[in-house]
Design a protein around this ligand. Structure first.
Ligand code: ATP
Ligand code: MG
Length: 215
């Protein structure tokens, strides 16, 4: 059996066409079913539904052979995984945003200490260290946009796609840290013990990504 870990929502939805191109149909809709293990049209392939941030743990520890996870999640917590393939799905960027009325460039130039709220403390720490900006990182688990509005933080580091959430909260994106997309990750031991079927899957995904042409 080959087990693929996916998270519900955009990663699951965007993975379906890639799976289909690899000849795999998921036989149950996670929005309608409460099942966490979904059978597929291939008797030897199953999908397990896990939280987006739990995908690396499942794949690292062999609870799944393969998984799809955002680069954000992998950079925060994805050591010991083979990052096989950029699937070019769930694309967004990790950015710094501040209140419209906050002079970010001025604060950086003056060498002020910035209070930065984020779920992505590793990447934020790395980014500001590289820039030589001193920061107090405030770990949050959601609704990062609220932090500058309530005076909890001067800036946030968060994922942005259209920017409409920032705009609705009178925040502006002032710096892009990196482009984010989802990657196919593989358990190193599985790649050895189930080499043939896993390679075949990876190759089919790769062909589908290229055919999708979202370079
Ligand atoms: P949970 O909702 O379980 O707390 P999550 O917020 O990380 O977890 P999703 O919102 O499904 O789960 O995001 C999954 C992945 O999709 C993220 O890790 C990121 O790589 C990507 N992503 C997040 N937000 C966006 C967005 N607005 N546009 C495109 N991709 C995004
Ligand atoms: Mg989310």
């Amino acid at each position: 059996m080959i087990t693929l870990a996916l998270s519900k929502g955009r990663i699951f939805d965007d993975s379906l066409p890639l799976l289909r191109a690899a000849g795999i149909e998921v036989l149950e809709d996670p929005e309608k079913s409460r099942k966490l293990i979904l059978p597929t049209s291939r008797a030897d392939v199953q999908v397990v539904l896990v939280r987006a941030s739990d995908v690396p743990t499942y794949v690292q520890r062999g609870g799944a052979d393969l998984g799809v996870a955002g680069l954000d999640v992998l950079n925060e917590d994805g050591e010991g995984l083979y990052r096989m393939l950029d699937l070019k799905i769930a694309r967004c960027r990790l950015s710094v945003a501040v209140r419209e009325d906050f002079d970010y460039a001025g604060a950086v130039k003056q060498g002020s200490r910035l209070r930065v709220a984020t779920k992505y403390t590793q990447m934020a720490r790395q980014h500001f260290a590289t820039k030589g900006v001193h920061v107090d990182l405030i770990k949050l688990y959601g609704s990062m946009e609220l932090a500058p509005l309530t005076g909890l933080a001067d800036a946030i580091v968060d994922l942005v796609s259209t920017g409409s959430t920032l705009k609705a909260n009178r925040l502006v994106e002032v710096e892009k840290i990196m482009d984010i997309s989802s990657r196919l990750v593989v358990n190193p031991a599985s790649l050895k013990t189930k080499r043939e079927p896993i390679r075949a899957l990876i190759d089919a995904f790769e062909a589908a990504v290229i055919a999708g042409g979202r370079a």
